[in-house]
Design a protein. Structure first.
Length: 157
């Protein structure tokens, strides 16, 4: 039996053209910025009204959603699986362990687009917002990622 080969360029192209407000977060966003960290999945924050738009082209690639968009809006999260794992956050805002909340709409407004290939872009949070997304939880790897992002920010200043 041959393993499915995941086409990351086609995946990011599908996300970029599906018209869903979707932002790559997590360690893949750090990788997109050139920070060499390892990760086994993709993490997206999708506007609460756009889960169906986001899912459509990804399900066409063979992925299966763990919840319907309506169920996802109730729980705030779901997973798309199909050779790779895509964790999807659907919430208007998220609390940070350091206090306060981060609003999807504000992050979307400030997002940056990175070129993946000449014809494909990936939306990620601007640096301060990406740091804030790493403060949704108090996991050790997230705190280490914050330090890497702060070092990148200092280098860019």
């Amino acid at each position: 039996m041959e393993a499915n080969k995941f086409d990351e360029e086609a995946f990011f192209g599908a996300v970029a053209t599906c018209r869903a407000r979707a932002i790559l977060i997590g360690r893949r966003a750090l990788v997109a910025l050139g920070i060499p960290v390892g990760t086994l999945d993709y993490d997206f924050w999708v506007h609460i009204d756009d889960a169906a738009l986001f899912n459509r082209p990804i399900e066409a690639m063979g992925f299966v959603a763990s919840r319907t968009p309506d169920e996802a809006r109730q729980t705030g999260r779901y997973v798309l699986e199909g050779g790779e794992r895509i964790d999807v956050l659907v919430a208007r805002s998220m609390p940070m362990v350091t206090g306060g909340r981060l609003s999807f709409d504000e992050v979307w407004e400030r997002r940056q687009l990175l070129a993946y290939t000449p014809g494909v872009t990936v939306a990620i949070p601007q640096l301060d917002d990406l740091i804030s997304t790493k403060r949704f939880a108090a996991r050790a790897k997230d705190l280490a990622d914050v330090e890497l992002l702060l070092a990148l920010k200092a280098k860019q200043s």
